[in-house]
Design a protein around this ligand. Structure first.
Ligand code: ATP
Length: 326
């Protein structure tokens, strides 16, 4: 499998200063992962575990208060690793939209509320494509059609579109220059079930047709089950399990993953399913050892004192838990 993005021991922290006091939020803490060509890679976990920060880090979007404290981020361009963090701003900007693009939480961040959709499409094309300007509109219409979206949206302002349609237009925008990899942050949150389904179908269609890679962040395990091919489970700034999605649902290895799957509603449920006991820890002073130990029903003293390392139980399926041995 061809690697597209590789993070090695990434440490991305928010550094905040209040009244002369420093607070460091360790949102991504020693995370290593590889994203392969053509897959839909999911990142799951409760709110606040660092999913969005991991996406920002993979995008090399490290603006204060977020800072990279350690690790390496490589994009594989022409099958060679390129250290993105050391690139000049201009070089990084050139990679945006063409090699990697981003669908942030809330489509209004991308669509300018006082501009027609057409103008936002034209801006991207103008800054990245060397072609006759007259062909830009044709390119935009063609792209929307390929994704099954009506070209009349180009004449509209963002507020004239429904939430679901706005999100689909944002996805169309992010895929306009056919990037090799798209990072999507909670693309279905705040949408009703019908709009959610339309967005999921669009993501699947894009992946099938453009054969690109999608990294999908959502706390919704149901969406991971429907869409992703491989996934990572994050807990308190760390990846605690990673593997093929089917296998994770069939045979979850980490107690936290088991909780996430158990709390999913099933057809025929007569009462609410139990949630995960306790609440996520502070990322300013996370628990010692395994960060999940204060909430884990199997925790021992060792879990409190030592941090478990990853153990690969089946090919490509790994988890960090002492229950697995090691
Ligand atoms: N701009 C910021 N400044 C300071 N702290 C931040 C900032 N953004 C996020 N954080 C903190 O970093 C931690 C991880 O947040 P992050 O948004 O990455 O989590 P998440 O899993 O994506 O959650 P959600 O789904 O709620 O966005 C949280 O403690 C959050 O409060």
């Amino acid at each position: 499998m061809e690697t597209l993005v590789e993070g090695k021991n990434l440490k991305a922290y928010y550094v905040l200063e209040f009244w002369g006091k420093k607070r460091t939020i360790r949102a991504v803490d020693n995370v290593s992962l590889k994203i392969f060509s053509g897959e839909i890679y999911g990142i799951a976990g409760e709110s606040g575990c660092g999913k969005s920060t991991l996406l920002k880090t993979l995008l090399a979007n490290l603006e204060p208060p977020l800072r990279l404290f350690g690790g390496e981020l490589n994009y594989w361009l022409d099958s060679k690793p390129v250290n993105v963090v050391s690139l000049k701003e201009e070089e990084r900007r050139r990679l945006k939209w063409r090699f990697i693009s981003y669908i942030p939480q809330g489509s209004m961040h991308v669509l300018n509320p006082v501009k027609r959709i057409r103008d936002t499409f034209m801006e991207i094309l103008k800054s990245h494509v060397r072609r006759q300007k007259e062909t830009f509109l044709e390119m935009a219409i063609e792209h929307l059609k390929a994704l099954g979206l009506p070209s009349r949206v180009l004449d509209m302002f963002p507020h004239q579109l429904s939430g679901g349609m706005r999100q689909r237009v944002t996805i169309a925008l992010a895929t306009l220059l056919k990037p090799r990899i798209i990072l999507a942050d909670e693309p279905t949150t705040a949408l009703d079930v019908v709009a959610q389904r339309a967005v999921i179908q669009l993501i699947k269609k894009i992946q099938k047709e453009l054969k690109n890679t999608i990294v999908l962040v959502t706390h919704d395990m149901g969406i991971h089950a429907q869409v992703t091919t491989r996934m990572a489970i994050m807990y308190a700034g760390k990846i605690v399990e990673e593997g093929p999605t089917l296998e994770i649902f069939k045979e979850p290895l980490h107690p936290y993953t088991r909780y996430l799957i158990q709390s999913l509603p099933r057809v025929g449920d007569k009462q609410l399913r139990e949630g995960i006991p306790g609440s996520p820890p502070s990322l300013v002073s996370p628990p010692s050892g395994c960060r999940f130990h204060p909430r884990c029903p199997h925790a021992t003293q060792r879990c409190e004192e030592e941090e478990p390392v990853f153990l690969e139980v089946n090919p490509g399926h790994r988890a960090a838990c002492f229950l697995l041995g090691g």
